[in-house]
Design a protein around this ligand. Structure first.
Ligand SMILES: Cc1cc2nc3c(=O)[nH]c(=O)nc-3n(C[C@H](O)[C@H](O)[C@H](O)COP(=O)(O)O)c2cc1C
Length: 308
């Protein structure tokens, strides 16, 4: 897989740059990470009518990749102004390269909290309309004590930290693979007609709606591109019948207290609430589980609700 790694700062020295370079080397055998700097990205302004070349180049690189890894510093509990400015460019005009793009967030800071606030901030920004990125859920790689965790070659030194990073990156690769069918399914925002991208198959469409075939289900044949299931539909050699069993139709058990039903569904009273009696002197409730409750305290036999 090919990923774009974005260094989330314009500072000439950066631990987050170090982290991305470490990831590029450490995961080199399983994925290519192309590292991009944001040093040359001008501060976003709506007044600038021409989108800067540096922004367009980065947008093109993102579109050509399978996903993006942001390595974000934390400045004042948020991302840096430089990174926010880049993201504003990427959400503007005809540029929306992050739409439906898998994103992994990592970050390293000097303190103990390891960029937790900046990462939450970035997660929120990336889900706004105009960005619509698919940010990997969970798998937070928060690296604190930046000055102590790299050796002189730029490698991480703690085995547990490396193990967690490997876990998070494996999750990101699986996530990216799973979302591949959706990658091209973003709207073409450059068109006033809001046309679907060419790769999409439109199954049905009306004036202001359409149903897209995004093909999320595993295929029965090997798919080299998506890695979807390679399971063949086995057939019995004698009868030719498919060996896959039809799903069994569920029915309520014989002792079920069925209070309503229809085709393929039913509602059972499951009587979760114990009957309770109240001690008249202390007001404390006593569970009558296993005892016979006073008639007035007994729950309704069909709904389990108290008759009070
Ligand atoms: C303006 C500014 C604000 C900062 N605010 C935070 C902060 O809120 N939380 C934190 O953990 N570190 C904060 N730091 C310290 C950064 O963690 C530290 O500078 C770190 O090295 C930045 O990442 P970088 O090395 O990739 O540039 C701040 C640093 C600066 C310059």
């Amino acid at each position: 897989m090919n990923f774009v790694g974005i260094v989330g700062t314009n500072a000439s020295f950066s631990y987050n740059r170090k982290l991305l370079w470490y990831m590029k080397k450490h995961f080199g055998a399983e994925a290519a990470i192309e590292i991009h700097e944001i040093v040359d990205i001008p501060l976003f302004s709506e007044d600038i009518k021409e989108i800067p070349v540096s922004v367009r180049e980065l947008a093109r690189a993102i579109e050509a990749s399978d996903g993006v890894i942001f390595s974000t510093p934390e400045y004042d509990h948020s991302i840096t102004a430089a990174l926010k400015s880049l993201i504003e460019w990427l959400s503007w005009g005809d540029l929306h390269p992050l739409t439906n793009t898998p994103v992994m967030i990592v970050g390293v800071s000097l303190g103990n909290m390891g960029t937790i606030f900046a990462q939450e901030n970035l997660r929120q920004i990336l889900s706004s309309p105009g960005l619509d990125a698919f940010v990997l859920p969970g798998n937070q790689f928060l690296l604190g004590r930046a000055a102590e965790v790299f050796d002189e070659t730029g490698a991480l030194t703690e085995a547990r930290t490396i193990g967690w990073l490997e876990h998070c990156f494996a999750s990101f690769q699986a996530y990216t693979q799973t979302l591949k069918p959706l990658r091209g399914a973003g709207e073409d925002r450059t068109s006033s007609e809001n046309k679907p991208l060419a790769a999409q198959k439109v199954l049905e469409a009306g004036d202001d709606w359409k149903i897209l075939d995004i093909d999320l289900l595993p295929k029965t044949e090997s798919d080299a591109d998506t890695g979807a299931s390679q399971k063949e539909d086995e057939t019995d050699a004698d009868t030719g019948a498919s060996k896959h069993e039809e799903p069994k139709v569920a029915t309520p058990s014989a002792d079920a207290n069925v209070i309503d039903s229809g085709e393929g569904w039913w509602i059972e009273a499951i009587n979760l609430i114990d009957a309770v009696s109240v001690d008249s002197t202390t007001g404390a409730s006593k569970s009558t589980h296993g005892k016979v409750a006073e008639a007035s305290e007994q729950p309704d036999s069909s709904t389990g609700a108290s008759k009070h």
